[in-house]
Write a protein that binds this ligand. Structure first.
Ligand code: ADP
Ligand code: MG
Length: 353
């Protein structure tokens, strides 16, 4: 995980708004020739090759709604806030190039705290080679709000939408699913224990992968490169932010198709299986309903199967049917259960479509 401990406490008012912006952005450099002007003027200036298209996506994260600083260190929050956006760029089959970062801060945050947030943001930008080209900084009466916008580049014929899935296409998921949600359960449990006994020392080692997936998700830019290398252009694609079942429903609805998903094909990490047993949870439900995995879900033509076959990053979990066949899970017992959205939805307390 990302370590960052800072003891001193400088109020933001010591620097002022402009001092803070300078402090946060002074050491930034850019990586891409497309970034003609980054931070420092009224607006950034970008120039892309004529034969390319840009994809643009934005996300807003509100303290208490999308994140809880009781168990989410600020450095992780900064890193994750960038990842969420890069993942959306990947889901269009584009390579992320630039981000802007806007923050609203209450006076409870110190300069050191914001430095930690920006350490995470800068680490993400460095690791994923994206340019931080601007943003805005303002105050908030309560808590922290972060808004990130990401810009990516693709070719007009290579952009992949949600609505392109065709009859008989294969449904593919990257990596594994369910771990990030379980990581959150583990962290919430530790928070409860800590509130009762502040001296309790949590042993998170058996849940290391789960906690890492919750606190430090990675955007699958590697898959965008891999698909290009394999010569596979998905027919439709979406990233898994809310949960596999809800993303399957978005994709099938947009494409006006049905689909069958096979329970025994769902890719689960051994820690997910073990922790589900320990917590008495059904691993299939967690795989389908747990959110925040930031993996990619896409469809490919059956003719492309040989190109992806055997790749450990890619798992075929089902296939596309006619719309009247509906969207189903085929269980290990060969029964058919309709898939409903139980993904995480901040606007509905009991999210269920
Ligand atoms: P303006 O008054 O035009 O909004 P600002 O003084 O807010 O300009 O910003 C000055 C420069 O710093 C701009 O390039 C802006 O994009 C950048 N900037 C402001 N806040 C942030 C931030 N939180 N992160 C990164 N860049 C920022
Ligand atoms: Mg401004």
């Amino acid at each position: 995980m990302l370590e960052n401990i800072n003891e001193s406490r400088t109020p933001i008012s010591d620097l002022g708004e402009f001092g803070l912006i300078d402090h946060l952005t002074q050491s930034l450099s850019t990586h891409h020739p497309e970034t003609l002007k980054g931070i420092g003027d009224d607006a950034a200036v970008l120039k892309f090759p004529d034969d390319q298209v840009q994809v643009i996506t934005t996300d807003l994260l509100v303290e208490g709604v999308h994140f809880d600083l009781a168990y989410m260190p600020l450095k992780h929050l900064g890193y994750k806030a960038v990842m969420v956006n890069l993942s959306d760029v990947c889901a269009m089959n584009a390579q992320p190039k630039q981000v802007t970062v806007s923050v609203a801060l209450s006076n409870r945050f110190t300069v050191e705290a914001i430095d930690e947030l920006y350490d995470g943001i800068k680490l993400a930008c460095k690791k994923y080679q994206v340019d931080l080209i601007g943003g805005d900084t303002t105050s908030s009466t309560s808590g922290m709000v972060i808004s990130i916008t990401a810009i990516g580049m693709s070719h007009p014929d290579k952009v992949v939408y949600r609505n392109g899935a065709q009859l008989n296409d294969l449904l593919v998921v990257t990596g594994d699913v369910g771990a990030a949600y379980l990581g959150l359960q583990v962290l919430e449990r530790e928070k409860q224990v800590f509130s009762v006994n502040p001296k309790a020392q949590p042993d998170l080692e058996p849940y290391h992968y789960l906690v890492e997936r919750q606190l430090k998700p990675e955007a699958r830019t590697d898959i965008i490169k891999l698909l290009a290398e394999l010569g596979v252009l998905p027919t439709s694609m979406i990233d898994i932010s809310d949960g596999l079942s809800s993303e399957i429903l978005h994709l099938t609805k947009a494409s006006e198709v049905g689909c069958s998903v096979y329970e025994d094909k769902l890719p689960l990490d051994p820690q997910v299986i073990n922790t589900c047993e320990e917590l008495n949870l059904d691993s299939t439900t967690i795989a389908l309903s747990g959110g925040e995995d930031y993996e990619l879900l896409f469809t490919i033509n059956q003719n492309d199967f040989d190109r992806i076959k055997g790749n450990p990053n890619l798992t075929v979990i089902g296939h596309i049917n006619a719309p009247q066949d509906g969207v189903h899970l085929i269980t290990r017992a060969q029964t058919q259960i309709p898939i409903i959205a139980r993904g995480w939805n901040p606007l509905k307390s009991n999210a269920e479509d």
